[in-house]
Design a protein. Structure first.
Length: 521
């Protein structure tokens, strides 16, 4: 270490030499001037080569390790509808079976206090990544270079963390933000935040999370965990939305080699007890900072014809541009509660339960929760809300796959729509028929008018919608032009077409028709 020169004009040179020789190097009272931190000791070339070879030789398949789906999206199959009739009404329930598969490269971070996640952190790229809580790789780390991506920040956004820990990294990021606030924002620069918005009607916990582009496991232990709870036994209908606003990213410089991230005390032999093909080494390559708002709407309104996603979208906007009010949506909203959880915005609105009658009121209203803290500033720097992990072996992104299946049952009740009866007249006489039935929802008996079926004609008719306990009566016009009753058939509900035939059922010895009858073909 360099020492400050001492000028003693009245002493001879030998005395000066004796004095300097007697001074101790470790004298804490010497006026030493700091010259900056000494560079950290680095791995030897041999050890770096051993570490690189060990990590490069790890034989693992990330797609198997992290359940990566070969195809993504939703496939659907419709089951056989279940029908139930009651006094002229039919209730039909259809079940559609869905299978949803998703792959995620960016993990949403619901707990910003999770100290293991920070840009440049070393983690294990194992199946625990799927749970949203990576396991730290506890080794000495080499200095890491980061980039704070803020507009106009220039070299002020380049950071070198000599002792990469959560605390040191966050302190350096805070310094960079303050530099931007004090020197760059004053020049007119502003942050154009990236916004992501997903919404869904809820049918299962897993379906909700994947439809919102997250894993339900990621929220475990956080204030968001209860937002993902769902039971099919509930009589309430549920919809949810997830709003993410990214103010800025902090990105780690891509390592030159696997060994370049390790401190001088790390050895290939020591790593063998920490990493393996089931637990390959990885690193947090970037972290997003901003805010998350999750809104969960629960309603006792069971009108399945109303789209809950549309209602939630309507409810979270102060009003449509043209000021239109949707009466159906307003009815659902009045019978709803909104559970809101937010991180990264104003702390006063971290958690709220808002009733459907309190959407627009001041600080307690839903609109206030959404708008408050929407813009980055010194007092609202955002929280870590997402991160990306890369494998140390080859710097590929640790893509994570998720799959679940769920069923959607929709039921509707409406008046029964009967099929036709078809009457063919082969009798050489004119005939007619009519329906006798009970009106929908009652036991009141009534009848239709007569439908004529002349000789050699074919007529198709159906009972009125909603008719139940249906009969059909047939009459034949005799030689005196009077109508005689031929027969009556009980039809009930006509779920398929039924054919009837008027014909000569008996002839006399001369071959003339003696008896005319009606039968169902």
């Amino acid at each position: 270490m360099k020492t400050r020169p001492i000028h003693l004009k009245h002493l001879c040179l030998p005395f000066v030499l004796l004095f300097l020789m007697g001074c101790s190097k470790d004298d804490t009272t010497s006026n030493e001037e700091p010259q900056g931190e000494e560079p950290k000791e680095q791995l030897t070339d041999e050890e770096a080569s051993n570490i690189n070879a060990f990590i490069k030789d790890l034989n693992y398949e990330p797609t198997d390790l992290l359940n990566v789906q070969s195809t993504t999206g939703i496939t659907s199959n419709e089951g056989n509808p279940q029908k139930n009739t009651n006094r002229g009404y039919i209730t039909e329930c259809k079940t559609v079976y869905h299978d949803i598969k998703s792959n995620f490269e960016n993990v949403v971070m619901f707990d910003p206090t999770l100290g293991v996640i920070y840009p440049g952190a070393l983690v294990l790229g194992n199946r625990v990544l799927l749970e949203g809580a990576p396991q730290p790789l506890q080794v000495e780390k080499a200095p890491v270079k980061l980039r704070v991506e803020l507009p106009g920040i220039g070299d002020g956004g380049n950071l070198t963390i000599n002792e990469p820990t959560y605390q040191n990294t966050q302190a350096a990021i805070d310094d960079a933000l303050e530099y931007w606030n004090s020197n760059i924002a004053t020049q007119g620069y502003s942050i154009d935040a990236d916004t992501y918005f997903e919404k869904t009607t809820v049918y299962s916990r897993e379906q909700m999370s994947l439809s919102l582009k997250v894993g339900a496991e990621w929220a475990t232990g956080s204030s968001f965990e209860s937002q993902f709870d769902y039971s099919k036994e509930t009589e309430k209908r549920v919809a949810a939305s997830l709003y993410r606003q990214v103010y800025y990213d902090v990105v780690m410089e891509t390592p030159d080699s696997p060994a370049s991230v390790f401190g001088s005390k790390v050895t290939a032999e020591g790593l063998k007890s920490l990493v393996s093909e089931d637990n390959p080494p990885a690193y947090v390559s970037s972290v997003q900072y901003g805010r998350i708002i999750m809104i969960r709407m629960e309603t006792t309104d069971t009108t399945t014809e109303v789209n809950l996603e549309a209602v939630l979208d309507y409810a979270t906007k102060a009003k449509t541009i043209n000021g239109e009010v949707n009466a159906n949506y307003e009815k659902v909203i009045r019978e709803s509660t909104f559970n809101v959880v937010a991180i990264g915005g104003n702390a006063k609105v971290a958690t709220k339960v808002i009733t459907g009658n309190n959407l627009e009121e001041g600080e307690g209203g839903l609109y206030y929760v959404i708008e408050e803290g929407a813009e980055y500033n010194r007092e609202n720097p955002g929280a870590p809300i997402g991160y990306t992990v890369k494998y140390l072996k080859d710097n590929t992104i640790a893509k994570m796959g998720y799959q679940t299946d769920y069923n959607i049952e929709t039921c509707g009740t409406f008046e029964y729509d009967h099929e036709n009866i078809v009457v063919v007249n082969d009798s050489n006489y004119d005939t007619r028929f009519r329906f006798i039935y009970k009106k929908a929802g009652t036991n009141d008996v009534t009848q239709t008018g007569y439908y004529a079926v002349n000789n050699d004609k074919r007529v198709a008719k159906s009972p009125p919608n909603g008719a139940h306990d249906v009969y059909v009566q047939f009459d034949l016009q005799n030689a005196l032009l009077q109508w005689d009753r031929m027969g009556e058939f009980h039809l009930g509900y006509l779920s398929k077409e039924r054919d009837f035939k008027v014909y000569c059922s008996e002839k006399d010895f001369l071959g003339f028709c003696k008896t005319i009858s009606v039968k169902e073909d």
